[in-house]
Design a protein around this ligand. Structure first.
Ligand code: AMP
Length: 628
């Protein structure tokens, strides 16, 4: 029987393609077992697997002995191959190239080894997408399609192997040139292309002399421009799931209501699943795992607090692998809403992809997932941990406030600014007006409300830190000039990302990247939330047994925070340390006034017996009026 890892599919034969899909998903269990078996028997004698299995290819042993790895664990092996050592360190099949992923390791793109068979599997995957699209959209075999294909220069490694992005590799292959194709483009790259058109249409029109294009491009607004320029367009194939979801309004603005189709979920290391209902709303998109692409395992992930170490795939009793369809038996028990982190087993063996998926159901016996986020994309100042999805939700809520005023949020990113104490979240927002006006900023008060709404929409730990612990300062939005995120993308591309695979990082760590953003800031606004109602006008009595020593210092924050932190500063001045718990202890309405507080005598006394690290008592007398 031919290997199910190497199937082929004729993209012109819809019926056969759909039958194959039925077969694979119905027999997901069997297919997965075959795949694992094939991987193990083929690779048992690689240096890597020998180290754990001593030449055996037993599945139970594999589950017991072979560790789950991150990129850093396998990097030395990959580097050896890049430096000219033989493929069999990790793969029985010759490694033909190294694929550069958008994930980075030590500032460099990760390198994923790939084989000729991998390329064929990708071709199979693409070919299978075509009957699925044909099932839902008529006439795709007639007329034209427009594809935006981005490729990047390749780098040759010391061994002579090419290192390049997965799509560059695919587009340059004969498989692509000789076949039909759908393709993978992330919303950010797609919008970049539209933006390019928006910025350069005059020049393009002067070259091709077309009145129609000129007329449309010169219209009042670019709303619906795609439909206007290409009236027969049936859909836009663009990935709008996961963090790409934030582009949906901008895409809708340009597209004039065309369906946005996210066809697949894929990465440099493996292509995972396809969207079997391509016309569904972006928020409803689930990807169905194709069980022949690799062997898949999943780790249960707990929201907010990272992952649970226990692996919950079929081998919870490790010798019993006969329940593969229950890829993760918990899927059957708990079914929906389980958050899982995928592991991919190919020649890299139990590689943690870092993607968090949510179970949405099954198609036949193949699990379906919603892409949630990449692991570890978090903002954190204190005990708060904000992940990409939380941030997206909060930003989505906040940006609704802008829409009635004709502003669209086109891009955002964030970073945890700890240069001031307490640290605070900074969001960079790039805005666009509806219509053709020059960009002007929204009203300051609305932006303040946006800050507050983001804070309100973040999780309870964040709010507690802000409201009660005062261990996070007010959230800040920095509005940046149009084109700033293009500059950020250019920077990332210059650092090794590929245009095609580029996704705006939702959290920036690189100082250089922050500098790029900061140099284009046109306005800054801070949240005022939690200032009112929490802190004091009349202070009754303050506290005992306080042990916290987080430091709160004033930042350059608009009132009433300055005032509130002035209070903190006084305490700081008196005792050499400041108090971040004041918000907890001072109750009462805030009365806004002048910053008279600085000039008053210190209001707190400190029992020094607790030493520098603890504050045991602070007395504030009733008559100590604190006006802020
Ligand atoms: P790369 O390693 O550069 O090939 O990027 C692959 C990563 O892109 C995956 O691990 C996901 O985090 C993300 N990704 C791929 N497909 C999708 C999708 N359909 N929706 C959301 N994110 C995706």
């Amino acid at each position: 029987m031919p290997s199910r890892m190497l199937l082929s599919c004729d993209p012109h034969d819809n019926e056969a393609g759909l039958m194959l899909l039925e077969d694979l998903t119905t027999n997901a269990n069997q297919v997965q077992l075959e795949v694992l078996e094939e991987i193990l028997t083929q690779n048992a004698n690689t240096e890597y697997l020998r180290g754990y299995l001593d030449g055996h290819s037993d599945k139970g042993l594999f589950k017991k002995k072979v560790p789950i790895v991150n990129y850093e664990d396998i990097k030395p092996h990959i580097e050896r191959i890049a430096n000219g050592e033989p493929s069999r360190i990790i793969s029985a099949q010759p490694i033909t190239e190294l694929l550069t992923s958008s994930g980075t390791s030590g500032g460099q793109p990760k390198l994923m080894p790939s084989t000729a068979e991998d390329l064929d599997r990708k071709t199979f995957f693409y070919n299978l997408l075509i009957p699925v699209m044909n099932k839902y959209v008529d006439g795709l075999d007639q007329g034209k399609g427009m594809y935006l294909l981005f490729i990047k220069p390749e780098i040759s490694t010391p061994s002579g192997l090419m290192a390049r992005p997965v799509l560059t590799s695919y587009y340059k292959s004969s498989n692509f040139r000789n076949g039909l194709s759908t393709h993978l483009i992330f919303a950010s790259a797609f919008l970049r292309a539209i933006k390019f058109l928006e910025d350069h249409w005059r020049e393009l029109c002067s070259n091709i002399r077309t009145d129609f294009i000129e007329f449309e491009c010169n219209g009042e607004s670019w709303e619906g421009i795609i439909k206007k320029l290409w009236p027969r367009t049936k859909y836009i194939e663009v990935i709008v799931t996961g963090s790409m979801a934030q582009y949906i309004p901008t895409l809708e603005f340009y597209s004039g209501g065309l369906p946005l189709v996210s066809t697949m979920y894929a990465s440099s290391e493996c292509y995972y699943g396809i969207n079997l209902k391509p016309l569904s709303k972006p928020s409803d998109v689930s990807y169905t795992l194709l069980p022949n692409m690799a062997y898949f395992e999943f780790l249960h992930v707990q929201k907010n607090n990272g992952e649970v170490t226990q692996q919950v795939n079929a081998s919870s009793s490790s010798s019993d692998l006969s329940h593969m369809p229950h890829l993760c038996p918990a899927l059957h028990v708990l079914n929906r809403k389980n958050l899982l982190q995928s592991l991919w087993v190919g020649w890299l063996y139990r590689y943690r992809t870092g993607d968090i998926l949510m179970v949405t159901g099954f198609y036949n016996n193949a699990p379906q997932f919603r892409f949630v986020q990449r692991r570890n994309v978090v903002l954190s100042i204190d005990t708060d941990k904000t992940n990409e999805e939380d941030l997206l939700k909060a930003v989505t809520q906040a940006k609704l406030l802008l829409e009635p005023y004709g502003f669209l949020l086109t891009e955002y990113t964030s970073y945890a600014d700890t240069s001031s104490i307490p640290g605070h979240y900074v969001l960079f927002w790039e805005l666009k007006t509806r219509g053709n006006n020059d960009l002007s900023e929204p009203d300051h008060t609305i932006m303040e409300q946006c800050c507050s709404t983001v804070e309100e929409s973040l999780d309870s730990v964040y709010r507690r830190c802000r409201r009660r612990d005062n261990s996070i300062g007010p959230l800040e939005i920095r509005i940046v000039k149009p084109g700033t995120f293009d500059a950020l993308m250019d920077f990332c591309v210059s650092q090794g990302s590929s245009v095609n695979q580029y996704k705006t990082p939702r959290c920036i760590k690189s100082k250089e990247a922050i500098k790029i953003l900061d140099s284009r800031v046109v306005g800054k606004v801070f949240s005022k939330r939690y200032a009112s109602g929490v802190f004091l006008a009349l202070v009754p009595k303050i506290c005992d047994n306080l042990t916290s020593r987080s430091i709160s210092l004033p930042c350059s924050i608009a009132s009433p925070y300055i005032n509130f932190f002035s209070l903190t500063l006084i305490v700081e001045t008196c005792f050499g340390m400041s108090l971040h718990f004041l918000s907890d202890k001072f109750k009462g309405p805030i009365s806004r006034g002048k910053q008279r507080f600085h000039k008053q005598k210190p209001i707190c006394s400190w029992n020094k017996s607790r030493g520098q690290h603890g504050i045991s008592q602070i007395d504030v007398k009733e008559e100590d009026k604190i006006e802020v």
